[in-house]
Design a protein around this ligand. Structure first.
Ligand code: ACM
Ligand code: ZN
Length: 276
């Protein structure tokens, strides 16, 4: 955990380097840490994930946590998460089912959508904009939410999001998951791959906010191992994100990359050798 003072220190460390931190407090799934500490957050008070969205007390808890987050992180965007929610507990929960009935919702996917939209109103009332993983599209989403495309096999996400007027950040598992294993072809596949889907209109392309590299730390034991997973992949992704497509040439990139490989070595950053 971080104390509030530690968060403030991180935010200012990033700010002087021109970086804004987007915090994520993932709800209603991936919330095992909360439901274990406060079992009343779950449907049967049993401490299991996800959060019960039929209870007013759960919604109040989420608002309270977000309020603390809003006060600590000055950037306008905050991530709600919304990914990989196991909604099966909601199917048999009398409170969740009552909520579905009262709001005349179709199913549990729409219940999650209602929850996300309710939270988004709270975000907006506090001057914040919402980002969520692409599952938040499933039961319908507000136009103002920004979608993180992560499920590489859900190739329709960018079409659907931009057709509906939603902005998208691209981080498909196919290219952008830096915690995934590498082989001798990973870097080239990333550099030469189509992270931006090729079937978008000019108007849809305007809604692409950028690209993102993802790394999840729970199975990465050391900082050096994390650096090894990130570099030099992050350099290839940065060039892809910030260079017009017609100027991206692998043969041109490679010699320039070698200079950065040397620089990383000098400053003591671990990296995967280009061939091993
Ligand atoms: C994710 O990797 N579950 C967003
Ligand atoms: Zn419930």
């Amino acid at each position: 955990y971080y104390t509030q003072d530690e968060v403030r220190e991180l935010v200012s460390y990033a700010a002087v380097r021109g970086i804004d931190i987007v915090p994520e407090f993932d709800v209603p799934g991936h919330s095992y840490a909360e439901t274990q500490c406060y079992p009343w957050l779950s449907c049967n008070d049993d401490g299991r994930d996800p959060i019960c969205v039929g209870k007013e007390t759960s919604l109040e808890f989420c608002r309270n946590v977000y309020k603390e987050i809003f006060d600590l992180f000055p950037y306008e965007y905050v991530e709600i998460g919304g990914d990989e929610v196991n909604r099966s507990a909601w199917k048999t929960c009398p409170r969740c089912q009552q909520r579905i009935k009262d709001l005349e919702l179709k199913d549990e996917a729409e219940l999650q959508s209602w929850f996300t939209c309710t939270m988004e109103k709270y975000f907006n009332a506090n001057g914040k904009k919402l980002i969520g993983w692409d599952e938040i599209l499933e039961g319908g989403v507000s136009k103002s939410a920004t979608i993180n495309w992560w499920r590489g096999d859900h190739t329709d996400v960018v079409q659907r999001s931009t057709n509906g007027g939603n902005e998208v950040i691209l981080c498909p598992t196919t290219f952008c998951y830096f915690d995934y294993d590498q082989d001798n072809n990973t870097l080239k596949a990333l550099y030469t791959g189509d992270i931006v889907p090729t079937d978008l209109t000019e108007k849809q392309l305007q809604l692409i906010k950028g690209m993102q590299g993802n790394i999840w730390g729970e199975r990465i034991p050391t900082e050096a191992q994390m650096q090894y997973m990130v570099f030099p992949r992050a350099l290839a992704l940065a060039e892809k994100a910030w260079t017009p497509g017609n100027q991206q040439q692998w043969d041109d990139f490679l010699p320039r990359l070698l200079k950065h490989v040397d620089r990383l070595q000098v400053i003591g950053i671990a990296q995967r050798p280009l061939k091993e």
